[in-house]
Each structure stands twice: as structure tokens, then as C-alpha cells.
Design a protein. Structure first.
Length: 207
């Protein structure tokens, strides 16, 4: 299992949870972590943090994280708390892919880094947060320094909170569905995404 390769497949649709699990199990040899975003199971939208927490301990599956977009529906402080809770539930086998536009993404990254590192989290109202804030997050993450977070900016590319560059490769639907994703051929960390998810057609990937 290549720990440096993460998959963020975009919105998913599965007829059942068993169907979703079967697809995930086929990815064990291809990716180190699957970052779950929007998931529709049997017609119901399921929260990705709930899916990752519920399936994260199942044997035979890759590590499960969450893919989230900074669109105002979840503040970075809420995302940070949910990520820390998921870190405890999963025993450290999780991570976060966060996408958005600068400067919202930069400020959100700063907030998450402080929360995961146990520092005081302080800031002013901005495009990321609706009001001034100051707090120290408790409890901290189970993993020292917290799980890995990858920030994805449509202009500047992808990077970790520590500033390490992450290569992004786009995969076609058939590559995602059969689980036989080719080796990207890059050194270092790689984030694989669904090609259509960032294009004109954001339709769900039907598993």
C-alpha cells in the first residue's frame, strides 16, 4: 500500500453501504488513504466524517479521511474539531483534503495548524471566519501534531500544512471504478482526484 498516495474521488453514489465498502476494499493496494467527500447511499446523503468514523476501523479497507470544501457550510474551526474527533476514533489512520480559494484557504490552514498543534487559536473576522475568535482546542488530536492535512488551491496547487508540495493527478471514472489506478510516476506525496469532479460535470461517481 503506497502511503504517499491519497485519493479524493469527489461525490459518490452507492446503492448500499456494502457496495461502498466493496469498492473501498479494492483500493487497498492502490492508495494509502481515501478522502471521502459527499456520499449518497441508497438515496440518502451521509456526512463524510460519519462514514470515515464508522468504516475507519473495518479490516481490509484503506485509511479513510475526509475531503471538504470551504464553501461556508462548515467553518474551519468545526472542520478541525471533527478531524480531531476522527483522529481519536480511527487511531490516527485519517487525514483531511481541504480545498478553497486564497486567502480563505490560507487562513483556514493557519487555524487548523494551531488547533492540531495545541497552540492558542486566535484571529480576526475574515473570509474564513465570521467573527473574531480566540480559544485553545481541547482535547488535542490522538496523533502527535494531528493527522495530515492537504490544502488544495485551484491556482497554486496542493500542499501540506507544513508547506510540502503535493502532486495532483486526475483519473478517469473507469480507473476509479476498477480500483486499478496506475502508479502516477511522481516522487513524494500524490493526491489523485476524479477528473470530472473539477471540471464542468460535477455529477456523482456511481459505484
Amino acid at each position: 500500500m503506497p502511503p504517499g498516495v491519497w485519493l479524493a474521488p469527489g461525490p459518490l453514489r452507492a446503492s448500499s453501504q456494502l457496495h461502498l465498502e466493496a469498492w473501498l476494499s479494492g483500493l487497498v493496494q492502490s492508495v494509502g488513504l481515501v478522502a471521502i467527500g459527499t456520499v449518497e447511499i441508497d438515496g440518502d446523503i451521509v456526512d463524510p466524517f460519519a462514514i470515515a468514523a464508522g468504516l475507519g476501523a473495518r479490516p481490509g479497507l484503506p485509511a479513510l479521511g475526509v475531503s471538504a470544501t470551504l464553501d461556508g457550510r462548515r467553518l474551519p474551526t468545526v472542520i478541525g474539531r471533527e478531524l480531531i474527533a476522527l483522529d481519536h476514533v480511527s487511531g490516527g489512520r485519517t487525514g483531511l483534503v481541504l480545498d478553497g480559494a486564497t486567502p480563505t484557504l490560507d487562513e483556514s490552514g493557519r487555524i487548523l495548524e494551531a488547533m492540531l498543534g495545541g497552540a492558542e487559536v486566535v484571529g480576526r473576522a475574515s473570509s474564513a471566519m465570521p467573527a473574531d475568535f480566540a480559544f485553545r482546542n481541547r482535547p488535542g488530536p490522538a496523533t502527535r501534531g494531528g493527522p495530515m492535512v492537504v490544502l488544495v488551491d485551484p491556482v497554486t496547487g496542493a500542499r501540506t500544512l507544513a508547506g510540502e508540495q503535493v502532486s495532483v493527478v486526475a483519473l478517469a471514472d473507469d480507473q476509479l471504478l476498477d480500483g486499478q489506478m496506475p502508479a502516477p510516476g511522481h516522487q513524494g506525496r500524490v493526491l489523485a482526484v476524479r477528473h470530472a469532479a473539477s471540471g464542468a460535470d460535477p455529477a456523482l461517481l456511481h459505484l
